[in-house]
Structures are given as C-alpha cells and as structure tokens.
Design a protein around this ligand. Structure first.
Ligand code: ATP
Length: 557
C-alpha cells in the first residue's frame, strides 16, 4: 500500500535531505540564492541513478526492449548539446518572443497571461467567463449591466464552476461572494458597475481586505502584478557586452535536438521512426521559485524527441504517454500518488494533437498534483520553425515508404516528420522519489526511513562489524572490499564501524540503503552474517560466502 503523500510532512523531508546529504541550499554560507539547489553526496548519486535509469531505458534499451506500435523495436539515440546556442534558435522556437512581454502570473495554476491582453482573453477565450455570464439575467432596458441571478450563480458555482474555474472566489466561497455581489450589482441601480468590475468581484473573496483584483482566465485565481518577464537568463559570448553578443542559457534541452536533427539523421544509420534523447541543465528565471527543488531556476531535464511519419504520430503519442507512466511506476512511484492527466482540448497548443502530464501528488501540492513530465505531440512545429528561420532543409527522405518499384525496392517519400516529446524533469523526479520513499513508523527504533527502489538508492548495502574487536572489523573489511568490487558501478557499498548498531541502522534507513549486513559472533563461529531488510526491519542469516549472490538477487542486478 502506498502512503498518501499528503500525510507526509514536507519540513521533515527537507530536514532529512539536509541532514543526510541529499540536498543543500546553493551558496548556503552566503545566505543562499533563491531558486538554486546543490546535491550532496547522497543526492548526487541518487540523481545520477535516476539519470542513468532514464538513459538505459530510453536510449540504450528503449522501453525495456519492447516493440513500438509499428511492431518493431523502438530505436533511439543519444545526443549532448550546448547550453548556449545561437540566439536564432530561441527566435525560431518562440522562446524569445513568448517571454519578453509584461506578463502576469496566476497564483493558482501558474498560467501566464499577457498583461495587455488580459481582458480580451477573458472575454473572448475564457471558458469560465463565457459560462458564468450566461447565468446572469439580461441587462434591463437602457442599461449595460446584466442583473445578478444569485440562485443560478450559486448552482453554477457548485457544478460547472468547480471544473471550469476552481480558484474563482465564487466557486471557493459562493455565499460570501454572492452576498457582496447582490449588494453591489443589484443594490445600486443608479450607478451599476461595469462588467469588468463584476468579474473582479466574482474572483476576489475578501473584497474589504484585498480590493478588487484581476482573475486568471484559466482557473479564476487572482493574478500577480505585471512584470516585464524574460524567462531566459542572458549573458554575452565574446569580449564586448553588446546586443550583438547577447546569448541565452537554454530554457529546455529539446531545441538542441531539433537543430541537430539533420546531422543525426545524416551521420547515423538510424531509420524513421526514431528518437533522439538529450539530458542536461536548463535554466528559467522563474518569477517565484518555490516548493524546494520543484520549481528551481536551474534544473535538469531528460527529453526525448521522437520523430515519425505524420500518419503514425497519434499511435506513437499514445505509446510514449503510456510507457512513460509505466516507467515512473517501475522505478518507485505508484498508487494514487501518481496520475496521467490528459490535457483538455483548450489547453493544447495550436500545433498539438495531444499532451499529457505525468503528475505526482507532492506533500506541498496535495490534494492536487504537480507535473513530473509532459508528453506532447508537437506535430512538425519545431522543424518547420527551424527550417523557416535557418533556411536549412530539415525534411527527411524515407526510403521505406512510397510505392513499390519494379526492382522490389520502395520509391521513397520525403516529409517533415512529426515529433512526440516526452520531457521529464530529473530534479522533480528525484524529489518525488524522496517524498514517496519517506516513511515514518514510530514503532521502529529508527522511525524515519526512505523506501527507495534499489535501482535508485544511492547506497546499495552497508557492512557493519558488530563490535570493533574479536576479528570482526577484519572480516567486515574483506566483505566490504568484495561487495564494493561487485557493486561499485551501481552506487556502492558502505562500511560503518562507529557508534551503536542501532544508530548505524538508523543512518542507513534514512539514506534508503536496502540492506545492512552485520558481522557478529555467529560470523566468527559458523560463518554466517545477519542481513537486515530496510523496509521490514527483519533480519535473516546468510552464509558469508553467499552475501554477494544474495544481494545480486535482491537488488535485481
Ligand atoms: P511548469 O508548468 O511546472 O512550469 P512546464 O510545463 O513549463 O512546467 P516543461 O517545459 O514541459 O515544463 O518541462 C519539462 C519538465 O521539466 C517538467 O515536467 C518539469 O519536470 C521540469 N521543469 C520545468 N520547469 C522546471 C523548474 N523551474 N524547476 C524544476 N523542474 C522544472
């Protein structure tokens, strides 16, 4: 049974991360820097294990060797591209234009709205606005302002409103909001408010405290102040710090793949359909970095761009969406804390035929969920854009398609492939695994422990001599050397001879070590060791010469 993550205390999880060397605040001795985090010895290894698992299951042996929807094995290759690219890359991708305007961020759903287009967006494109306005009675003759129909609005708030605008004050607290509105709208027939004011009333709960504020066109929550928002960090390449030399730190790894698509296709023997994977640091100057590492300004992504024929793209979209959900489950996220959320039609970009998010219920998002990975059908939008801005031809000549020629070969078909993009965040992934693994059981001597999947656990096993005498340290050292030789590539095996055995168990439990092996009196007498299981705290005897084989089996390696 998975434990509901909403019951897990985030402050205890963060304290454990610091105490046991998983995550530290960046530049901590200078007071820290908002939105930046460093990984300590345990965290660095955990994140490496996660990155390796991604690379192994996506690039080296894609989808655990299973076939794609075309009935053939999935083919992917790796790529490593620069953080700094030609500035035109960001012009083509839309990042430069998209984030240079005064933006307002929604405190509820994180949606950005162009400040200068807010009311246009609300009136023309907001689903909840269109819906709620129908619940008003028409404006009396000679006036502009519709009349409030409290009964219908109350009904709307309790039904449709919950889906369309969960953060609107009218939905969260209909009684209070409606009583204000009745007084303001119906009570002053001589100076009726404008429609904009009514909508602000619908959004804002404690009017006397907060005043009227603008609502998010998407969810109805109050919008933040407009800020000239540039998402991308800027710097200069070259000696002179002029506009001509301005470059950007990438906000995503995906664009590096699109601009190298042609090179990869031309210099490898890969055939369509195929994917190109890219992992690495991305940078976003987030307005409000928050929730520990969940929203940082520097973070790591693992993205795959999977290219295919347009006719096959929907099948591949569904395939990747389902596989990515399965993958997160396989490495340790399961049960009700993990969901796959298919975007509504109105959430999709104009070029997308489908987007889903793998979302995890973090303690700080609970009862809601936070995105771990987005799987997007991007059509041929990115290749089209780069083709247009760079002038390079990025189409693909597929020799496996087209009519059959007299010689038995195919005529071939030239097309711009469609792309399916599973884009995961490794920091959010690591945090989700830590939150999911965090378990408290006050009946145990070491009440806090991390139930990490053995593949992800930073330390696979620990060897303890029960006491520092009677030949036990020597046997422990020998076993430790033997196990280290066997498992070092997976993150290693530790040896600990300090403090009481209980404290040593507690430390290993807190860093998520699946097994502890104690050299004790029985080892010296009958050559057996005591192996303790992290999750059950049960102990069993294993023959000294079989410990390696025992661990291989249990760790699945
Ligand atoms: P959000 O809506 O939460 O800002 P996004 O939809 O902009 O995320 P994508 O552009 O799809 O995110 O990026 C892919 C993945 O990169 C996300 O699913 C997430 O795991 C990770 N990611 C994005 N922004 C951040 C961030 N500021 N900090 C940590 N991880 C991030």
């Amino acid at each position: 049974m998975t434990q509901d993550s909403s019951k897990k205390p985030m402050d205890a999880i963060m304290a454990l991360c610091k105490r046991r060397g998983f995550i530290y605040q960046a530049s901590e001795i200078y007071g820290g820097i908002n939105g930046f985090w460093d990984y300590g010895p345990m965290g660095a290894q955990l994140k490496k294990n996660l990155r390796d698992a991604w690379w192994q299951d996506m690039i080296l042996r894609p989808c655990w060797g299973r076939n794609g929807p075309n009935g053939k094995p999935v083919r992917n290759v790796g790529l490593e591209t620069c953080i700094i690219q030609h500035p035109k890359v960001w012009e083509a991708s839309g990042h430069l234009a998209g984030f240079a305007d005064p933006m307002r961020k929604c405190a509820g759903c994180g949606h950005f709205v162009r400040a200068d287009q807010l009311w246009d967006t609300i009136v023309t494109a907001s689903e909840w606005f269109a819906s709620v306005i129908q619940e008003f009675d028409p404006a009396p003759e000679g006036t502009q302002t519709p009349r409030l129909n409290a009964e219908r609005l109350m009904k709307w708030a309790r039904t449709k409103g919950k889906r369309l605008a969960p953060n609107l004050a009218l939905v969260r607290n209909p009684e209070v909001t409606l009583s204000w509105l009745v007084t303001r709208v119906n009570g002053q027939p001589e100076s009726p408010p404008e429609i904009i004011e009514i909508v602000r009333h619908l959004a804002t709960e404690q009017l006397n405290v907060t005043g009227l504020q603008d609502p998010c066109p998407r969810c109805g929550a109050v919008l933040g102040e407009p800020a000239p928002f540039k998402l991308m960090f800027e710097t200069f390449a070259g000696l002179t710090q002029t506009e001509d030399n301005k470059v950007y730190l990438r906000p995503e790894t995906a664009q590096g793949v699109f601009v190298q698509f042609k090179n990869v296709a031309d210099t490898t023997r890969i055939k369509m359909p195929f994917g190109i994977g890219n992992t690495g640091r991305s940078f976003r100057n987030e307005i409000t970095p928050r929730n520990f590492t969940f929203r940082s300004r520097e973070f790591e992504q693992a993205e795959l761009e999977f290219f295919c024929h347009p006719d096959e793209s929907l099948d591949w979209y569904k395939f990747w969406r389902d596989f990515r959900m399965e993958w997160w489950k396989e490495i340790g996220l399961a049960g009700e804390n993990l969901i796959l959320r298919e975007h509504e039609k109105d959430e999709l970009s104009h070029y997308s035929q489908g987007t889903s998010d793998v979302e995890y219920r973090f303690p700080f998002t609970s009862p809601g969920f936070g995105e771990l990975e987005g799987i997007a059908h991007r059509g041929n939008y990115d290749l089209t854009q780069h083709q247009k801005v760079s002038g390079a031809k990025l189409d693909f000549f597929d020799t496996d398609r087209g009519e059959i020629l007299p010689n038995g070969g195919k005529k071939g078909e030239r097309y711009l492939p469609h792309c399916i993009e599973p884009a995961a965040g490794l920091d959010r992934g690591a945090l989700a695994l830590i939150c999911e693994g965090y378990t408290r059981d006050d009946s145990r001597a070491s009440p806090e422990f991390l139930k990490l999947h053995p593949r992800i656990a930073p330390v696979k096993a620990a060897v303890f001599p029960l006491v520092a005498k009677d030949g036990m340290p020597e046997v422990a050292e020998k076993l430790h050397a033997e196990l280290s030789d066997k498992f070092w590539k997976l993150g290693g095996v530790e040896m600990d001879e300090k403090q009481s055995i209980g404290k040593r168990y507690a430390r290993m439990d807190e860093i998520g070590t699946p097994f502890c092996i104690t050299i004790d009196g029985d080892t010296m007498a009958v050559q057996t060791v005591t192996v303790r299981d992290r999750d059950t705290a049960t102990q069993q005897k294993v023959s000294l010469d079989k410990v390696g084989a025992f661990l291989s089996e249990k760790l699945g390696v």
